[in-house]
Structure formats: structure tokens, C-alpha cells
Write a protein of this length. Structure first.
Length: 614
């Protein structure tokens, strides 16, 4: 039941939600019909053949087998993205044993149902492996479905943090949405070298002012231990989303690994998964249009990762809910920016958490009528419960208390009555080049309109080479094409950030236009990204030439190539508008990229989530 003091929802919130509901109706109904057909009363193992059941728990301890054989208590399936290459996922190494212990204490049992791959974009940035990154999300969704296909589980615990992993787990778990699902975070690493200081060293290295040794020392001081990287990129945007969408426990997203509070929250997540089996509400019913809209609002209010203009679309489609960039833009116009976390400020997520964190943020958004309160969550009640924060009382027990009434640092987190800006900073750009998104929350007003000649490249390394050759000391719009989902898997182009940032700092007006992605940590240079249609699909981007005037106007929402229609139509597409496997002398692609050709061929457009699955 909603708190009677909660303001009436904002009319734009209501209008966008209703528009999504109407647009989605046939797909959502088909999805709900699937859930109804999948649901069975009582433990799911009850109707299994004896040989099937024996296989399922052959390796479990004797006491667990006895509980399972009674066919009365819940059995939890754990889907884990553990590996110790990703600092964010390294803490998950010992979670399974702790989950099994907590399940037994709650009168249930638990098993690791399966593992999913988890790659690190921080490692593959600018490397060939980045071309596997986006579609690793869909592989994770498939692997999650494989893990849960055994159909012996009554609830699911998903262990994942980083960029594609949470969206993939989310998409896969929704195919078993008749089951309750709880996402279990691992938390951010403690603060190291500030993100701003790290960025300055990167820019100095791009100019040749410092060597590799100094750059490596800086990076190691920033990325120094277990936990999520502390900047507010896609990984931490994932954690914010899972909390504001009610799939984490309140206040659990940004508690550091290896602390008593972190371990207590993990146990509590298991207990809540057990409790949810009695409630009988699965994830698929929980995640409705209102929950998806709450996720978009959270992303906008915090200046979150632009990658979620892809991921959140694909995640919603996995539940039969159809959203597009018009929905993001409409909400962005009324959702205020309440947080400044790097790259939209100097603070990291630990500072955000200490300033009041998710509890403060959610309370402010509810008070402004910008969130749907009457939603289901893993606690089984409305979003008001998420205005609390967890505490470890007397060194012995977990409790929740109201989030602070005032922000602990107004440079990091602010109330809705005094935001950093009146809008969420995400804009939809449209023009004869197509549709794209741009995040302006970290772009200073003086850089938000750029009209300059195009510098056309088909690879971010080509732009770096031109920079080092001294060819870019001028105003220009970098056009990096052939980077869409069907061309090469839509890699992030994060290596462009230091180069363009240096040129902007030197006083030049620079911008980026691409059918690829930028890192969730990018920000200060205006970047029209995810351009659709992509060059490979015959988009106008494929016909842009060096020297063409391009206007990127974040204020007016305009992305325009200043070439007349007839001239543009007469131009042949550039050679980079051909997929590698379609080239006349197609080569076998190295580093696993050949295996992903099927994904590239069937990928949807960026605005449709760029997924071959939905």
C-alpha cells in the first residue's frame, strides 16, 4: 500500500507508462501466457521422474538429499558469473557455500545451477575481444536459460555485477519468470586513486607527456582490489537499476566486499528468496511496465551509463515490454539530475553511498512523484521500503533504518528541490543521419553545439594515428562508422575519450558521431552514439565524406549532415559499410569473433536493444 503522503505521480511518468503499456500489450500478454503455462504449484521437482531427481542431487550432502526427497522445502538455484579476472566478481568465489549454509538455516536447500561467462570491458577496450562484448550479454542470457532448464528450482539467486552480465542474467532469468528471482550484489572496491586524477594521467599519456610505466602505476592505483570499479559506468549503473527496480535488497548495491554488513546482506538475500517461494510471485510478474519506467528514471536521475539505452531496451523486451528512445527522452525532460559521480563529477560510488546513496535518491524521487511506488519487489511490498539503508547493529545483527534526511555531501547527491540540473541529461538526436542518443550531463554547456567538418574513420585507432600525426589540431566532428551491432558487434570506443578530451581542452570544438558505443564512463565530449540505421544497414552514415559539415546540436536535438539529398543519394557507401564475412575475400576472424557471426547477422537495431534474441 502506498504511503498516503506520496504525491500524485508526475503526468509525464503516467503518460509514458501508459504509452508503453498500450504499445506492449500483445507481446506482454504472450509473455504472461507463457508464465502461466510454466507455473506449477508446490516444489518443481515433485513431478520429476526418480532417475531425473537422483541425477539432480547425486553430489549433495546426505542431509540435503533427505530434505529434497521430502519434496516440501524450497530448493534454490544459483546462477553465478564468478571468475577471479573481474575484480567485481572475485568476491563471488565463496558465495555458493555461504548461500548453501544460509538456505539450510532457512529450512531450504541450494545448488549452483550453472555458471555464465563474464568478460571485462576494461581489459578488452580497444582490443579485438571488445567485438564480443555486446553479444556476450546474449550468450549470458542463453547460459542462464541452460542453467535453469533442469526445472528443479523454486527460486533463483543471480550473482553478477558488471556490464553485460546483469542484463544477460536478467534476460535469461525472465524466461523462467514464473520463479522468484533475487539478484545478489558483491559491492564496489574501496576508493583508490581518484577517477579525475586517473583521467588526467590518461590525457597526458595521449599527448606523449608520460610513459607507459607512469600510466600503468596510475591505473593500478585506481583499480587496486576486489570489487566493482568505483566510477559510475555500466557496472555500477547495473547495481543502481537492480535496486530501484526492486530486485536487490534495499541499500545493498554499494556495500564494500569482505565486510560483515556485506556478508549479512548476502544471507538476507537468501532468506528473502526462500520467503518469496511462499508468496508465489515470480520475477516475470514483478517486472512490469512500472518497474521498467522506474529503471529509466533511476538511470536519468543519476547520469547513468548510455549502454542502458541498449541493455534496458533488451531487458524489457525479454518480459514482453517494448520501450524506445522516445520514452527515455520524454522522461529525461522532467527527471532532475540528483547525483554527480565520475564521469559526471569527481566523486566515486563510495562517496555517493556515504552521502545517502540509493535510499536518499529513491525517497527524493518518490517525493517528486517521479517513481511508481506501488510495485512489487523482492521484499513483496512497494518501493517505499527502499528508502531505507542497512546497518550492522552491535556487531551482531542486520537492521534497516531510514536513509539520511539530508545529503551528506551536496556536491555528490542532492534533493529533488535543488538538483544539479532540471533534466536527466540524456537527449535523443534526430536528423538526416538517423537517430542517436547523447549524454550531456557531463558536457559543459559551451560544448553542446558543434558544427564542424567531418573526419571520417572506420576504426578508433585511425583517429589516434591522425592525432599523433598532428592532423587534428582544429574543429571537427569525428565520424567513426562500421561499428554497429551487425558490422562488428558494436564495440565500445573508449580509447577515443583521452584524444578528444585533449583537443577539447585545447580549445577546439570537437564531437563524435558513431554507430558504435562509448564506454559507460565517457562523458565530457559530446558524442552522438548508437546511431541508427548503422552504416552496414545503408544508413546515411555510410556516405559521409571527409570535410562534410556536420551539426550536432544537443540543445535542439539535431544531428544533421549538411549535404543535399541528391548528392548524398548519388554517393556510393564507404568500404567500411560491409560486414567482414560479406567481403569479397572473407577472412576467418580471430579471437573468437568468427563464432559470433550468427549474432551479428541477426542483431536488431540499436534502438531495439541490438539483440539477436528479442
Amino acid at each position: 500500500m502506498s504511503d498516503p503522503t506520496t504525491p500524485t505521480p508526475h503526468p509525464v511518468l503516467q503518460r509514458v507508462t501508459e504509452r508503453i503499456r498500450e504499445r506492449s500489450q500483445p507481446w506482454r500478454q504472450a509473455y504472461l501466457d507463457m508464465l502461466a503455462a510454466s507455473h506449477r504449484p508446490g516444489p518443481y521437482r515433485r513431478d520429476m521422474g526418480c532417475a531425473n531427481a537422483a541425477h539432480a542431487w547425486a553430489a549433495l550432502p546426505a542431509n540435503d538429499k533427505l530434505v529434497l526427497a521430502q519434496e516440501r522445502q524450497p530448493h534454490l538455484g544459483v546462477v553465478t558469473a564468478y571468475n577471479d579476472m573481474l575484480s567485481a566478481h572475485q568476491p563471488y568465489e565463496h558465495y555458493p557455500e555461504r548461500i548453501r549454509e544460509a538456505a539450510r538455516a532457512a529450512g531450504a536447500t541450494a545448488q549452483v545451477a550453472g555458471g555464465v561467462p563474464a568478460m571485462c570491458d576494461g581489459i578488452t577496450q580497444g582490443e579485438d575481444g571488445m567485438e564480443l562484448s555486446l553479444f556476450s550479454r546474449d550468450v549470458i542470457a542463453l547460459a542462464t536459460a541452460v542453467a535453469l532448464s533442469h526445472n528443479v528450482f523454486d527460486a533463483v539467486l543471480c550473482l553478477g555485477v558488471c556490464d553485460k552480465i546483469v542484463p544477460g542474467l536478467f534476460m535469461g532469468a525472465l524466461q523462467f519468470g514464473h520463479l522468484p528471482v533475487v539478484f545478489v550484489p558483491a559491492g564496489p572496491m574501496t576508493s583508490g586513486l581518484s577517477n579525475d586524477a586517473k583521467a588526467q594521467v590518461r590525457q597526458r599519456h595521449a599527448q606523449g607527456l608520460v610513459g607507459r610505466a607512469e600510466l600503468l602505476a596510475s591505473e593500478q592505483a585506481a583499480y587496486h582490489g576486489p570489487g566493482t570499479c568505483t566510477f559510475y559506468g555500466t557496472a555500477n549503473s547495473n547495481q543502481m537499476l537492480m535496486e530501484i527496480m526492486g530486485l536487490h535488497l534495499p541499500g545493498s548495491s554499494f556495500v564494500n566486499p569482505g565486510t560483515p554488513l556485506r556478508e549479512a546482506l548476502t544471507r538476507a538475500a537468501v532468506e528473502q528468496a526462500v520467503a518469496r517461494t511462499a508468496a508465489g510471485t515470480g520475477m516475470g510478474h514483478q517486472v512490469d511496465e512500472r518497474v521498467i519506467v522506474n529503471g529509466i528514471v533511476g538511470l536519468l536521475a543519476t547520469g547513468g551509463s548510455t549502454n542502458h539505452t541498449l541493455h534496458l531496451v533488451a531487458m524489457a523486451r525479454a518480459a514482453g515490454i517494448v520501450i524506445d528512445w522516445d520514452d527515455f527522452a520524454a522522461l529525461s525532460a522532467v527527471v532532475p539530475l540528483l547525483a554527480r559521480v565520475y564521469p559526471n563529477g569527481n566523486a566515486d560510488v563510495n562517496h555517493f553511498h556515504a552521502a545517502g546513496g540509493m535510499g536518499f535518491l529513491i525517497r527524493e524521487l518518490l517525493g517528486a512523484g517521479l517513481l511508481h511506488e506501488d510495485v512489487d519487489t523482492v521484499l513483496g511490498r512497494g518501493l517505499r521500503a527502499y528508502t531505507q539503508e542497512p546497518v550492522w547493529l552491535d556487531g551482531a545483527r542486520l537492521a534497516w533504518r531510514p536513509a539520511p534526511a539530508e545529503s551528506g555531501d551536496a556536491d555528490v547527491l542532492r534533493p529533488a528541490s535543488r538538483p544539479f540540473s532540471a533534466d536527466g541529461g540524456l537527449r535523443l538526436l534526430q536528423g538526416n543521419l538517423g537517430r542517436a542518443v547523447v549524454k550531456v550531463s557531463a558536457v559543459k554547456p559551451g560544448h553542446r553545439v558543434v558544427r564542424a567538418p567531418a573526419v571520417v574513420v572506420s576504426d578508433q585507432k585511425q583517429l589516434e594515428q591522425r592525432f599523433r600525426a598532428g592532423e587534428l589540431e582544429r574543429d571537427f566532428v569525428a565520424v567513426v562508422r562500421g561499428q554497429g551491432p551487425r558490422a562488428n558487434g558494436m564495440p565500445e570506443l573508449h580509447k577515443l575519450t583521452p584524444t578528444l578530451g585533449v583537443l577539447q581542452d585545447r580549445g577546439f570544438h570537437v564531437a563524435l558521431v558513431t554507430d558504435g558505443r562509448m564506454s559507460g564512463a565517457s562523458g565530457k565530449v559530446p558524442a552522438a552514439i548508437h546511431l541508427s540505421p548503422e552504416a552496414l544497414d545503408g544508413g546515411a552514415l555510410s556516405r559521409v565524406q571527409d570535410g562534410d559539415l556536420v551539426t550536432l546540436d544537443c540543445e535542439q536535438g539535431l544531428l544533421q549532415l549538411e549535404v543535399d539529398e541528391a548528392t548524398l543519394a548519388a554517393r556510393p557507401p564507404g568500404p567500411d559499410a560491409v560486414a567482414p564475412e560479406q567481403a569479397e575475400q572473407a577472412a576467418w576472424l580471430p579471437h573468437g569473433r568468427q563464432l559470433f557471426s550468427l549474432f551479428r547477422q541477426h542483431a536488431g537495431a540499436a534502438e531495439q536493444g541490438a539483440s539477436p534474441l528479442f
